[in-house]
Design a protein around this ligand. Structure first.
Ligand SMILES: Cc1cc2nc3c(=O)[nH]c(=O)nc-3n(C[C@H](O)[C@H](O)[C@H](O)COP(=O)(O)OP(=O)(O)OC[C@H]3O[C@@H](n4cnc5c(N)ncnc54)[C@H](O)[C@@H]3O)c2cc1C
Length: 461
């Protein structure tokens, strides 16, 4: 019987395993940690009964994922009242609401029709757009016109798109906050792509969180895998390349070199060595005695809050990732999922981007940014747990230097991720299946899905 080993149980590893097990292959997932899920997992890092998402927390691309949507499993998404809030210094917030009109109401009047004309077509064609965005990049687009319409703005830098389309502070700030999810400089070509995708996703499908925490998703994938006959072994670190059966590696190029470098041809090793990792994250988990007391009360309508003020400030923060007033991403999931904390109390997380491998302690500057928009925030803190880039990498070695997208996602590394061979390697039984392959970082399982399909094709299935 054909066998397959998956190295790593992140969302992509589990997705790859499901595709292979469903094709009748005896599939085993090996996970080094004692818990499955990779950067999609949950644990009590602060105080007992405060369940914190260790990595990912909001899932616009998860709910859009054609693979997750195809599975006969129940994924308990919870949709917050609004996808995202972005507080400003005037005591109000600009909001990404589900409805385009409600979003437009939070913008300056001068930008209202421009927002509609930029985002409404993308939102109404989001199903088609996400099929192409989440497909393997080098395929022939299924919806070329939709993709061309998207590309005409998406290939710009976020800073120039914001300046050319909007005149007011509010829409410019909203777009800049969205673009930070690319973890690129906002002056980089195509940094607008992520912003447009996330705004369109917010209107089309929302930015859900998971009932019970991120862990709920890998647990549901694992149950389905086991129903298909697949196995999972935790506490099993792979240090040498398995020699028989298919091997799908849910790891990044640097780790592949460690495990398999001696068996790979030198020219391919060189290409893997040249793969670039991006900025890291400095993350704080909080146990809170009360909800965050935002000056702008509308911030409590969203599970995700973008903290960083104006376009100019955010551009500066994401230019070198060293600003003393960094852009901060904040999650407050327990407002919408009471299972995350004891009654009346709350969980939150916040992180800023820092240079890869940075050792700088950003606790104070992150909290200064939060208190700028919620002056009594520090009074709410019962406990905090801080993760530097090194701590993130110790927990999950895929987070090289704290990079959580599996490598820089600029145009070059999206097209050739991690090399022109994409999921394939020069070894016929070895494939890559994680965030370092297309479509890249984020919880959608699509890299695992495409890698497994590629592996099946290699068996002529
Ligand atoms: C702080 C943070 C916030 C994020 N926020 C979001 C978000 O809100 N929404 C979103 O969509 N995405 C978010 N992401 C990104 C997202 O979590 C990742 O892109 C995604 O988890 C990548 O999935 P993966 O399966 O490729 O790898 P991972 O999830 O990284 O899983 C890889 C697994 O492989 C295991 N492994 C590594 N080496 C070995 C080995 N040698 N042997 C055995 N096992 C091994 C690891 O322990 C890990 O379990 C965030 C990530 C972080 C860290």
């Amino acid at each position: 019987m054909q066998t397959a080993t998956i190295i790593g149980s992140g969302p992509n590893g589990l997705s790859a395993a499901i595709v292979l097990a469903a094709a009748g292959i005896a599939t085993t997932v090996l996970e080094r940690n004692n818990q499955i899920g990779g950067a999609c997992s949950t644990a009590e890092t602060t105080l007992p009964n405060f369940r914190q998402d260790l990595g990912s927390s909001a899932y616009p691309m998860g709910v859009a994922s054609p693979f997750f949507r195809s599975l006969p499993i129940n994924i308990p998404w919870i949709e917050p009242t609004a996808p995202c809030a972005h507080p400003l210094d005037d005591g109000t917030a600009v909001m990404l609401e589900h409805s385009i009109e409600a979003t437009v109401d939070t913008l300056d009047e001068c930008d209202q029709s421009s927002y509609r004309s930029l985002i409404a077509p993308l939102a109404s064609e989001f199903a088609e757009l996400s099929e192409d965005i989440l497909g393997p990049i080098q395929h022939i687009p299924r919806h070329p016109l939709v993709l061309a319409r998207f590309g005409s703005s998406a290939l710009l830098s976020a800073a120039s798109l914001a300046r050319s389309r909007f005149a007011g502070t509010r829409a410019r700030a909203l777009l800049a906050g969205m673009a930070t999810h690319s973890v690129l400089s906002l002056a980089a070509p195509a940094s607008a792509a992520v912003a447009l995708t996330l705004m369109a996703a917010g209107h089309a499908l929302g930015w859900p969180i998971l009932r019970g925490g991120a862990q709920t998703l890998p647990d549901a994938l694992a149950r389905h895998l086991q129903d298909l006959g697949g196995h999972i072994e935790t506490n099993h670190e792979v240090v040498e390349l398995p020699q028989s059966g298919l091997v799908l590696a849910n790891i990044t190029p640097r780790q592949l070199l460690r495990i398999a470098g001696s068996q790979l041809p030198p020219h391919y090793c060189k290409l893997l060595e040249r793969f670039r990792y991006g900025a890291g994250a400095f993350k704080i988990d909080y146990a809170l005695r009360a909800p965050i007391p935002w000056t702008a009360p509308e911030c409590s309508r969203a599970a995700t809050v973008h903290i960083g003020g104006s376009l100019e400030e955010i551009v500066e923060s994401e230019r070198t990732f060293t600003s003393a007033r960094p852009f901060v991403l904040l999650g407050q999931p327990s407002l919408f999922d009471p299972s995350r904390a004891p009654a009346g109390q709350h969980t939150a997380w916040a992180y800023c981007h820092v240079p890869n491998g940075s050792t700088r302690d950003c606790t104070e500057c992150i909290e200064n940014q939060i208190t700028r928009f919620a002056p009594d925030f520090r009074d709410c803190i019962l406990a905090r747990s801080v993760s530097s880039p090194a701590a993130l990498e110790r927990w999950n070695p895929n987070l090289i230097g704290g990079d959580f997208l599996g490598g820089v996602m600029d145009i070059r590394q999206i097209l050739f991720r991690p090399t022109r061979l994409l999921y394939r390697t020069p070894l016929s039984h070895l494939f890559l299946c994680g965030a370092s392959t297309p479509p890249g970082g984020g919880v959608h399982g699509m890299a695992g899905y495409h890698a497994a399909k590629t592996a099946l094709r290699s068996l002529n299935r």
